[in-house]
Design a protein around this ligand. Structure first.
Ligand SMILES: *Cc1c(COP(=O)(O)O)cnc(C)c1O
Length: 477
């Protein structure tokens, strides 16, 4: 969360600064004109662009040179320029007006078809796989959960629905449970970090409308036993969602490259829906994802129609009304321009880089990788505070993901990390971080105390209040 690219060893600074103040400062680092009200005379376009160029120069170092976990999944200059040109050509397009922009329907229906065919559509009788575009993984997941709720109420009369998910499932499922009044049943994962099939079976009851597994999970990058989980659901006539937001555009290519990838998609008869993010490893611009269903009957429960509105007969497939057709165009252009060969080459490079990082971590004392992931490398420690290690990495410019339950930190490997020297730099910095924390436990400053607090406070509403305070800070001028 540091705003400056600090390269000195961390022991020299901020031993007694308040981590909260530091956090708040890091949210508003710019010394630029502030607009509290709409300016009387418009600021010149040149001035605005000049300001934005300056901001871009200071922010792109964080991701361009591979210091960020996840965040920017492609990031090659030519690719970005190509997507920007695609956006420019389509900037006015809005699929709410299909008469004006039928082009968006072409892009979206083809994205859905290409994604479905990559994920087992047409195999083992999965002949009717269909879907919609959404604004991101969270929306895809929420749409699917709403769909199962409404489907179960209409077909089974279930009015007190629950969903059964592994504890490592993405936060978007909890958000869906809250928004759509579905009872959330988290099942603790097994010792191997993957969903516990027997415990999942125990948690399912007559009001369960969907069972979920991740391929792979966000925290530890581990693939749940999707075949067994989806069979539990199928035997009971319940829906099953595979969350492929992160892995949907990695695992099919990994399998083709000969990696050991268990079945996770529509080739399993129990899988009735999936999410896969075109804005992650699909390499589109941020703001698109695909949600897929085994058949159109299920998809109908996602749709919204209104027949007696003075504004006209109205229908929309997802949560939004007006939508940015230009973003769908970038996702289409990314997929079509990269092609199968491009995806295979990219996944090959990502998995080789992750393997190199994993095996190098195996050589460092005091830290270990959780499970045996393909490309999300989560690191924990038995005897050191992993958040102090993360703080040291932050001082070296890294932006890693802090995890808890158990305390850990992860690097989601992207194309950015496949550039020469990046994996070595990560391993060198991690080695240094471990050496530093061994000698200087408790001295990191930074986020470690906040993570420590967040993990240890028993009254979770205290942590929740802190997060509300944190979000309020985002909107302070
Ligand atoms: C990223 C991600 C999501 C959803 O993320 P968005 O930020 O809404 O795109 C869901 N599940 C997993 C496993 C993810 O990695």
């Amino acid at each position: 969360m540091d705003s400056d690219m600090e390269t000195d060893r961390p022991e020299a600074q901020q031993t007694d600064s308040n981590p909260l103040d530091e956090l708040t400062r890091s949210l508003h680092p710019y010394d630029l004109p502030i607009h509290q009200e709409i300016p009387d005379a418009g600021v010149s376009r040149d001035d605005i662009l000049a300001e934005m160029r300056e901001i871009d120069r200071s922010e792109d170092v964080k991701w361009r040179d591979g210091y960020a976990s996840g965040a920017v999944y492609h990031g090659d200059k030519n690719h970005i320029e190509f997507l920007s040109e695609v956006y420019r050509l389509n900037s006015q397009s809005n699929p709410l007006h299909v008469d004006v922009w039928p082009s968006v329907l072409k892009y979206e229906s083809e994205i859905i078809s290409m994604t479905a065919n990559m994920l087992g559509a047409g195999l083992n009788g999965a002949d009717d796989v269909c879907g919609t575009l959404s604004s991101g993984g969270t929306e895809s997941i929420q749409l699917a959960m709403k769909t199962y709720r409404d489907h179960a109420e209409a077909t089974k009369g279930i009015t007190e629905p629950n969903m059964v998910v592994p504890s490592t499932v993405h936060a978007a499922f909890d958000k869906a449970a809250q928004y759509f009044c579905i009872e959330m049943r988290h099942v603790p994962v097994g010792d191997d970090g993957r969903a516990d099939v027997a415990a999942t079976a125990d948690a399912i009851d007559d009001n369960t409308v969907v069972v979920v597994g991740s391929s792979p999970s966000f925290p530890h990058g581990l693939i749940d036993p999707i075949e067994e989980l989806s069979e539990l659901a199928r035997e009971r006539g319940i829906g099953f969602h595979t969350d492929g937001c992160l892995g949907g555009f990695i695992l099919p290519w990994a399998r083709e490259l000969g990696y050991d990838v268990p079945d996770f998609d529509f080739r399993l008869p129990g899988v009735t829906s999936m999410s896969a993010d075109t804005h992650k490893f699909g390499y589109g611009a941020k703001g698109t994802s695909v949600v897929l269903y085994r058949n159109k009957d299920l998809r109908h429960y996602q749709y919204f129609t209104l027949t007696d509105w003075p504004g006209g007969i109205y229908c929309s497939p997802t949560f939004a009304g007006s939508r940015p057709g230009a973003l769908s165009a970038t996702a289409w252009a990314a997929m079509v321009s990269i092609g199968r060969e491009g995806y295979l080459a990219n996944v090959g490079a990502i998995l080789e880089t992750a393997a190199k990082i994993k095996s190098a971590i195996g050589e460092i004392d005091h830290v270990e990788v959780i499970g045996d992931p393909l490309f999300v490398v989560a690191i924990r420690s038995d005897d050191l505070d992993i958040y102090e290690i993360m703080d040291f990495m932050t001082k070296r410019g890294w932006s890693l993901n802090g995890l808890h339950k158990p305390p850990a930190v992860h690097l989601c490997t992207t194309l950015r990390h496949t550039q020469p020297g990046i994996a070595d730099r990560f391993v060198d910095n991690l080695t240094e971080a471990v050496e530093f924390v061994v000698v200087n436990p408790g001295k990191s400053g930074g986020m470690a105390p906040i993570y420590g607090m967040a993990a240890s406070v028993l009254d979770r509403s205290v942590v929740s209040n802190f997060l509300e305070f944190f979000m309020d800070q985002w909107y302070e001028i």
